[in-house]
Design a protein around this ligand. Structure first.
Ligand SMILES: *Cc1c(COP(=O)(O)O)cnc(C)c1O
Length: 457
């Protein structure tokens, strides 16, 4: 360590905004078996993927050659409206915990969408526009992703249809209003505007919808609309690539003070923020230059890494996507309601799955009461009201800092604070009322989920 006093907030200048993303897949441990076409069981070709996703994103998805991939100039200009984001030294949390550990967090909540998702939404909207497309579609559950893509589509001049799970659009009317303000067409799903939606409405009149159905509607709309593609907010390799800007900025800031983290912690839904935060630090480890440890945190209600199986599975519950080799609870697994909407995904990024399988990454699952204990502790001393998803990382960082105190170790801990919790106040209300419950799937429930993993023989 250089001995220079570390400030509360480590800001980078606009000049220091990274010019490239970092592609971990040049390293063997981050590579994974190819996507398979569910009908032929053969690896998906770029051509097949380009029917659904933008061309440049497909090229990035399949790139195992270039360690650095240039961020286009026009996109960097948009990034400057909300980046570089601050890296904060959590002095007050350290004092509260009376720990010898140094705690840092990278804060991604400083944009209207309130989370890191805008990093990839912007990139995908940019590439769609550059390809000459006129519109994109997506689904959204809790609404963070739909909001981020609305902002990006407005900036780059694309029409956007967001299929929003009906029950969420009723529970979170203000999220919907933010999206409409940015010009998105928000359609509660299931809707009567697609075959998939009409079929579901016929089978289950009055249903509140599901993410699986919203995906089917968005994919169908993209396939049937000229000059339109579907956009996904997590899981895929190109989304993790775009999110590497989180890790790169963190590393640039820490390098100035000669600080190397001993431990990097992130919450995991589909894996995009954590895959992006850890990328350059894991690159150092794989080059033999550092010994950093990596810890992913998932909700105990949806424990894909800690209790899932490593298998080929569909990325969506409607079984329309290619098969991906990943840790999964089964594409038919229905996580019980919990308040970290962004972490309720049955699978996990194939890159993070491969890293976990290869022993490069540890994982823990945490119950939501403990998560909200951590969220409230953090809000009261550091000031920021965290998203429930982000509070999973806070909870693990607190546990690790306490371990450091007990073992008398002066470790450096870095965690990702992915977003703010202003749209999650009903969850905070339940916590404050003492009515928030911990949810953990029983073995039978997991078995029912595993039974929906397709057999490959
Ligand atoms: C969506 C979301 C997550 C989880 O998604 P990942 O792809 O795993 O990063 C975490 N935090 C917030 C605030 C989110 O909106």
């Amino acid at each position: 360590m250089s001995g220079k006093k570390v400030p509360y907030k480590m800001y980078l200048s606009e000049e220091e905004l990274p010019r490239c993303w970092y592609n971990l897949k040049v390293y063997e441990p981050a590579r994974h078996p190819p996507f398979l076409n569910p009908e032929t069981k053969l690896p998906c070709t770029a051509e097949e993927l380009e029917r659904v996703f933008c061309r440049e994103c497909v090229a990035q998805e399949l790139n195992e050659r270039d360690e650095w991939i240039e961020i286009p100039q026009e996109l960097r200009r948009f990034y400057l409206t909300f980046r570089p984001s601050p890296l904060v030294r959590a002095y007050f949390l350290e004092e509260l915990l009376d720990t010898p550990a140094e705690i840092y967090y990278k804060f991604e909540g400083n944009n209207t969408s309130g989370s890191h998702k805008l990093n990839s939404a912007a990139a995908q909207a940019y590439y769609a526009k550059k390809q000459g497309l006129t519109s994109v579609t997506t689904e959204t559950g809790a609404g963070q992703w739909g909001t981020a893509l609305s902002m990006a589509a407005a900036f780059f001049g694309l029409h956007l249809d967001v299929f929003m799970v009906k029950i969420s659009s009723e529970q979170k009317p203000y999220r919907k209003e933010v999206m409409r303000t940015y010009g998105a067409n928000v359609i509660p799903s299931p809707s009567d505007t697609t075959r998939a939606g009409r079929k579901l409405l016929e089978q289950f009149p009055g249903t509140g919808g599901s993410l699986g159905c919203a995906i089917s509607e968005a994919v169908e709309r993209a396939a049937e609309t000229p000059n339109c593609r579907y956009v996904l907010g997590s899981v895929l390799d190109h989304v993790l690539l775009h999110q590497s800007i989180i890790g790169l900025e963190s590393k640039i800031a820490l390098d100035k003070y000669g600080i190397v983290p001993d431990l990097v912690i992130g919450c995991m839904g589909g894996g995009s923020n954590f895959g992006g935060l850890l990328a350059p630090f894991l690159g150092e480890v794989l080059k033999g230059r550092a010994k950093t440890r990596f810890l992913g945190v998932e909700p105990s209600s949806c424990p894909s890494l800690t209790r899932g199986k490593y298998a080929y599975d569909f990325c969506d519950s409607a079984q329309m996507t290619p098969l991906a080799k990943m840790y999964t609870l089964g594409c038919g697994f229905m996580p019980s309601h919990n308040h970290a909407g962004g972490l309720r995904y049955h699978g996990m990024s194939p890159i993070l799955s491969a890293l976990y399988h290869g022993g490069c990454l540890d994982a823990v699952a945490v119950g939501q009461r403990k998560v909200f204990d951590a969220a409230v502790k953090f809000a009261r001393c550091e000031g920021i009201l965290p998203a429930p998803e982000s509070a999973h990382a806070i909870s693990a960082a607190i546990d690790e800092a306490i371990r450091c105190r007990e073992e008398g170790r002066k470790e450096v801990i870095l965690f990702g604070l992915t977003g703010t919790g202003y749209f999650d106040l009903s969850a905070y209300r339940q916590y404050n009322d003492g009515t928030l419950e911990d949810i953990m799937p029983e073995e039978e429930e997991l078995a029912r989920g595993f039974a929906t993993i397709p057999s490959l023989t």
